[in-house]
Design a protein around this ligand. Sequence first.
Ligand code: GDP
Ligand code: MG
Length: 439
Amino acid sequence: LAERLQGTIQKIKGKGKVSEQDVKEMMREVRFALIEADVNLKVVKEFVKKVSERAVGVDVMQSLTPGQQVIKIVQDELTELMGGEQSPIKFNTKPPTVIMMVGLQGAGKTTTTGKLANVLRKKYNRKPLLVAADVYRPAAVQQLQTLGKQLSLPVFALGTDVSPVEIARQAIELAKEEHHDVVIIDTAGRLHIDEDLMQELKDIRALKEPDEVFLVVDAMTGQDAVNVAESFNEAIGITGVVLTKLDGDTRGGAALSIRSVTQKPIKFVGMGEKMDALEPFHPERMASRILGMGDVLSLIEKAQANVDEAKAKELEEKFKSQTFTFDDFVEQLQQVKKMGPLDEILKMLPGANKIKGLDNVKVDDKQMGRVEAIIYSMTTAEKTNPEIINGSRKKRIAKGSGTSIQEVNRLLKQFDEMKKMMKQMTGMASGKGKKKMKL
Ligand code: GDP
Ligand code: MG
C-alpha cells in the first residue's frame, strides 16, 4: 500500500495547490489503508470526510510537497482522533487508588494486571496490591498469584468461594490498613458480554468509585473490539483502554475505532507476554502503524527535519551576515547525506521555489564524500574565508584530500553559487523590511 500511496504522491508532487481530485485520489488510498487495518467503517467514513475538507485547497508549504502535506494532515488527524497526547493514569489524592480491570475472557486482563503493577512500582514508585477477583476459574486465581510471586508483589485472594464483590471490598480495606497506595482488581471475563457479568462489575464498582476502569481489549479482534468497547462502556462506564497483543501482526485499527466510539483514551498497549511488555500508548506511532506507511512517514520527517525552523533561521542569519562558511556547508552536507540529493534538499529550503536557476545547481551525492574530504583538508582560515584559496593552496587541498585541483575548483564554484543564491533568497525575504526602513 505504501507504494500505491507513494505513486499518488508522485503524481501530485510539484503542484502549487492541492486540488479536489488530488485529495480524492489520496483519500481512496487512505480509506483502503484504514479498512485494511480493520478500522470500523463508520469511523473511516467520518475520518476521510474530515480530512478531505481540510486538505482541499491547502496552500502548499514551501518545504513539503502537496502529497506529503495531505499525508501529514491524515497523520495529524489520526493522531488527534486517538487522543493526540498520551493519557496518564489518574491517581486518587486519597489512597488507595482503585483500578479495575475489565474485559472479555482471554483479552489479557490478568497478564495486564501484573504488568501494570510492575509499571506502577517501577515508574511511579507505588506499592500496588493485586486482587484476584476472578472466582469462576480456579486457575485464574493461581495465575495471578504466580505473577505476584514472579514480581514479588502481594496478591489478595480468598479462593473461589467468596463473591468477587466481597473480595474487592476486603482488599480495599486491607490496602488502607497496610498502606498499599494502589489496588488493582483483576475481574472475571466471559466469552461474550452477558448481564450477570455486567451486574457483578457494577457491584464492584459501587464499593468505592474506582479511579480507573480499564477495559482490556485484544487488538487482534479488530472489528469486534468496537462492539465490546461500546457494551462495556455503556454498561459500567470505562475510563481508559489497554490494547493488548500489539506485538502480533495486527495493524491496530481497533485503537482508532475504540477511541472514536467510546471517546475514552487508550492508556497502554501490551507488547508481549512478559511482565515488562506494557508501554504507554503513543497516538502518533499508532497512526503510522494503522496507515502502514513507514516509508511515507520518513519522507515527511525528511522534509520536516529540513525545515526545522530554528535551523533555517540560523542559516538565513548566516547568509545575511555573510558568515556562512565551509564548516556550515559541511554540517549541511552531513544532514543532507541522511536525506538525499543536495539539489533536492536545496529546493525544500524556504523560498527556494522562487529562485531562478536553482535547477542548474547540481550536487552529485556520490561525490559527497569527496567534497567532505576537500573541506576537511582546508585550514580554518580557508574555510571561513574561501577567497584566500589561491593556486598553491588549491594544490595542497587537492593533495590532502586525494582529489584533483579541478574538483577543488568545482566545489569552490558551487559554494560561491550557493552563497549568491542565498543572498538572493534573503534579499527577497527581507524586501518588506527594506521598504519600511525607507519610511
Ligand atoms: P484474561 O482472560 O483477560 O485474564 O487474559 P490473560 O491475561 O489470561 O491472557 C490471555 C493470553 O494472552 C495469555 O496467554 C497471555 O500470555 C496472552 N497475552 C496477554 N497480553 C498479551 C500481549 O500483550 N501480547 C501477547 N503476545 N500475548 C498476550
Ligand atoms: Mg484472567
